[in-house]
Design a binder for this molecule. Sequence first.
Ligand SMILES: *Cc1c(COP(=O)(O)O)cnc(C)c1O
Length: 424
Amino acid sequence: MTLPGSPHVAYRGDTLHVEDCALPDLAARHGTPLYVYSRASMLAAVGAYQRALAGRDHLVCYAMKANSNIAVLQTFAQAGCGFDIVSGGELARALAAGAEPGKIVFSGVGKTRAEMRQALDAGVMCFNVESEAELDVLSDVATQAGRTARISLRVNPDVDAGTHPYISTGLKGNKFGVAHADAVKVYRHAASLPGIEVVGIDCHIGSQITESTPYLDALDRMLDLVEAVESHGVRLHHLDLGGGLGITYTDEQPPSADVLVAALLKRIDERGHGHRKILFEPGRSLVGNAGVLVSEVLYLKPGEEKNFCIVDAAMNDLMRPAMYQAWMNIVACRQSGDQPVTYDVVGPVCESGDWLGRDRPLAVKAGEHIAVLSAGAYSMSMASNYNTRGRAAEVLVSGSQSWLIRDREQPSELFRGEHLVPGG
Ligand SMILES: *Cc1c(COP(=O)(O)O)cnc(C)c1O
């Protein structure tokens, strides 16, 4: 039976598999909660971008905050990807996973001097600068280090919210990027600064976008700026169109990456910008549907108003439902012929907000496993230790092979850096 999302997560007979690995077997071997990722699914997702960009100068920079396990990064590095990072910690992770520094772009509104220095020393490809103040500090840090910082400005295209209300980062009033109206002035300032080399322009208009139109609108606004900036003698070599392409959690029908990229390239060519290097920064669309969170049913708790299915995964493991009221599909790892019962699927954390799904039909018993689908992005990477719960283990699957790519966190690790005070 096929499920919405990735073709690599499917039932074989009555048992849910990721590629050729049965999830109950992985749960028995590694315990739960357990994140499981399909390598084939990730490679298919990045391949769709790369195929559409073939034949021109391009770079797909995986936005690693979506899922930053080093084996996931290794998969993308080996597939030729660069990385979009947002912190010094992410830079260290990317390098540990074998990323080429010359393929890393550094985004984020609050880069510290120490992070700038770290990225300059590593030799990153480009800083995506988000304000004039950041530009001045970067110039200072680069000059002191005797280095040159290659930069693009993240411009805020102010794409019409009325038409596309779910776009949350590309509007006036967002903290991100340089206002469209200020961009020419800031570029001219950048070009005058020591230690700064202008190389490109970028934008990132939001996440879980399910239409092409906002991208095309933002692209047009960006190309207008490119033409204005270059008329002042400042050369922009690359166009970075950001990330944000949505995935199917339930019935969303986002354009596929190849269709979206083809439409954008067509517009770029029509407007005479086909010679430029093209960058994308996809996160969710590369990993979201590649992952599942497997959890054991601890207790079934029938009630007058609600039935609760209490599982061993909680909001600390998977924050999206509690934080964004996100709907994520929840299914039994083994289908039974029993009549489904409607449950709120909740975790052990002491918060009423600790739920993974509400009003879900499930035919499960205590001791069996459920899987939360489309949990490859913004899931493990947002996990916390709330309630002093160790973070889940992670497994990467390729065909019938599977590798443990992160150990389950043990209780003693959770307070290792804490100190009792003397005489207490
Ligand atoms: C988060 C982020 C991305 C990736 O967004 P997705 O919606 O996961 O594709 C890309 N670029 C920047 C600057 C980001 O902050």
